[in-house]
Design a protein around this ligand. Sequence first.
Ligand code: AMP
Ligand code: MG
Length: 417
Amino acid sequence: MNKNTKNSCINDFDPSALDEITAVSRILKSITTMKDTETINIKDALGRIVSKNIKSSINIPSFRNSAMDGYAINIKNLKQNKYVLNEQGISLAGQPYYKKLKNKETVKVMTGAVIPDNADAIIMKEMVDKKGNIISFPDCIQKDQNIRNIGEDIKKGDKVLTKGRQINYVDLAILSSLGMSKIDVLKKPIVSFFSTGDELISVNKKLKKGQIYDSNRYLLFGLLSELPVEIKDMGVARDNERILIKKLKECSGLSDIIITTGGVSVGDADYIKSALKKAGKVNFWKIAIKPGRPLAFGKIKNASFFGLPGNPVSAAVTFQIFIIPAIKKMLNMLTSSKLAVNAIVKSTLSKKKGRVEYKRGLLEQKNGINIVNTTGLQGSNILSSLSKANCYIRLDSKTEKIKKGDTVEVLPFNIDL
Ligand code: AMP
Ligand code: MG
């Protein structure tokens, strides 16, 4: 018996389970980056991945304009202690006043309007006294005040979007402000998925004893919908090795990634691992994390296969930890590591040594201090505690016991900086 096996008896450590980090790196090693690109309208580009660097073909702003509603002046035209000028005309956004300012002259300007070439300051409308055409204002003026200069936001030739960036709403505004209507993006990888289990029935049908509704397909649909992938819902398969092999082969012909849930453990009706072995190649199938220990990963033809556990929370956690990085690698997405924060835990947490555990938590800030509490029962079948959570509390494999008041690592949901 080696040292690890001995440990396992005391600590519930499964020596054949891969640790989380090794599992992620084995997945990433086996994933190749997609090359195919397409040109799409920017309105369809939200969430898509930029396939080549985008440079600006113009300056933004492309002309000097006013940052305020007010009066354009040339400071040289002011005589000491005489801040009085004649209003000569008006420049509106989209309706410029083209002439230069002469001595003692000012032009009324609106926000975004072209300013005269020799204007070097804008006086806010609110600072001005106006009598007929004559305006007067206080003497606290700085050169260039309230003027937006050419290229101060984006210069011609600047890189505005980097290859691998996921396009967000600001990018849509930037692309349109450059006058671009189309953009080159990576094609979406095709992800097919199906549930496995004789107990599963579809929503809308009447439950018989022993049956449950297939919720994992909706969970996966929701998780995948947030990613730039094409989704193929392949339904449900019974717990039958022959049927599973057939379905896996069918999926491998039409997708880049195949995901199943259920049937991946060591139960009498768990056929995913053996079906994967016959249809393709198993890379690994157990990881030292909770929830989510059984997770089969392998290849079927050119498709990557993820056999997630049937328990819904395990399926969600393993999707987030293992499949999201795989899809990001496939799309060559620029990623930075997940933002983790420290928080003080409100209650004692139980934890087994030798595996990473993800607890569902609610993170709050009180008087500037991060405080986290678990959201209820932590069984991998308990979806309601995942629904109440806004973060995972991540406890590493060395940790054994967490006492109330200890500091823990927390991964907030929906923050991926
Ligand atoms: P399994 O991984 O097949 O042993 O399933 C583990 C647990 O997850 C069992 O209680 C299953 O009934 C449940 N389960 C499996 N598939 C689904 C599904 N698609 N939707 C909801 N629960 C499921
Ligand atoms: Mg099952």
